[in-house]
Design a protein around this ligand. Structure first.
Ligand SMILES: Nc1ncnc2c1ncn2[C@@H]1O[C@H](COP(=O)(O)OP(=O)(O)O)[C@@H](O)[C@H]1O
Ligand SMILES: [Mg+2]
Length: 284
């Protein structure tokens, strides 16, 4: 397994970051206008006689940014918009004049928490059209909710055990085959996805999770507390697939599993080739 994606390495890195404060500060929002404007914008037909909404666009701090793509779309379609600083204390007052909000939250638990809370108000109480919606924001970066819903709707999912009950979790790890896949609820790029080698390690991890302080995660401010997410280690085909569905369009790419790894996500091994039809059909 890649050392740089192991829990121990990431915990040690977090410690180093605490000892060297300031040097790891997250970057402010970027503007890559030149890159985005080189691409033909998506144009939509607007029905006659319908007023165009005023859109509040949150400048996300991702790199590369998302908000500049939405700006390109809004400008190309003549939809009025303004920058919306949702993080400041007057976010409700600023939203009063808006019809819609576009806010691509960072995939960090801190911003997701803020986003979900504020969408309750923006979407649920003030009635603005929000993208993502609250439901979408709840689903994003929540492996527990995603898996529960996929199972509920009968999609094929790797055998997964999710429990918020210590006794049930301890009993479960006694009868598992090892190694077992352990996941943190919020994570991407394979961070928070680890192998548990044997039952002893599994027992210890379950006890930590249900203990007073929970179990440290690679998020420096977040501990895994009172839940387990365990999956059978499935044999892989040497890659995983990212499939993106937009209406009737399905597209995506391969990510190869590096030598000596079981994980593909976040390993910088993207390969663009025609995707298997069954995967496209399933995603669609
Ligand atoms: N149950 C599993 N069995 C085998 N490999 C897995 C399993 N779950 C995840 N993986 C591998 O680990 C990678 C990361 O897991 P995933 O749940 O997709 O997390 P992330 O949200 O970080 O992408 C996947 O790309 C896949 O290659
Ligand atoms: Mg993944």
């Amino acid at each position: 397994m890649r050392l740089s994606r192991s829990r121990r390495y990431l915990l040690a890195k977090n410690l180093a970051k605490r000892l060297l404060p300031g040097s790891f500060a997250w970057r402010p929002a970027a503007d890559d206008r030149a890159v985005v404007e080189a691409v033909e914008p998506v144009r939509m037909a607007w029905p006659a006689g319908v007023r165009k909404p005023l859109v509040g666009l949150v400048p996300d701090r991702d790199h590369p940014p998302y908000w500049t793509k939405y700006r390109h779309f809004l400008e190309a379609n003549g939809i009025p918009w303004e920058l919306y600083d949702v993080h400041r204390s007057d976010w409700r007052q600023r939203a009063a004049r808006l019809d819609a909000v576009v806010w691509r939250p960072l995939s960090f638990p801190s911003e997701l928490e803020e986003c979900r809370r504020k969408l309750v108000v923006l979407e649920g109480v003030m009635g603005l059209f929000c993208y993502p919606s609250l439901r979408e924001a709840l689903l994003y970066e929540d492996k527990l909710l995603q898996t529960e819903l996929l199972q509920h709707h009968g999609f094929p999912v790797a055998e997964t055990f999710i429990s918020h009950d210590e006794q049930e979790a301890l009993a479960y790890v006694e009868r598992c085959e090892y190694p077992l896949v352990w996941k943190v609820g919020c994570g991407s790029g394979s961070l928070g996805v680890e192998l548990v080698r044997d039952v002893r390690a599994a027992r210890r991890a379950v006890r930590q999770v249900f203990g007073h302080a929970g179990r440290a995660t690679y998020w420096p401010y977040l501990r895994q507390k009172d839940y387990v997410y365990l999956q059978r280690l499935e044999p892989n085909l040497g890659y995983d697939l990212r499939v993106i569905v937009i209406g009737d369009l399905a597209l995506g790419y391969y990510r190869d599993v590096p030598e000596g790894e079981f994980r593909a996500s976040g390993m910088d091994t993207t390969r663009r080739e025609g995707l298997p039809e069954d995967a496209l059909t399933l995603a669609h």
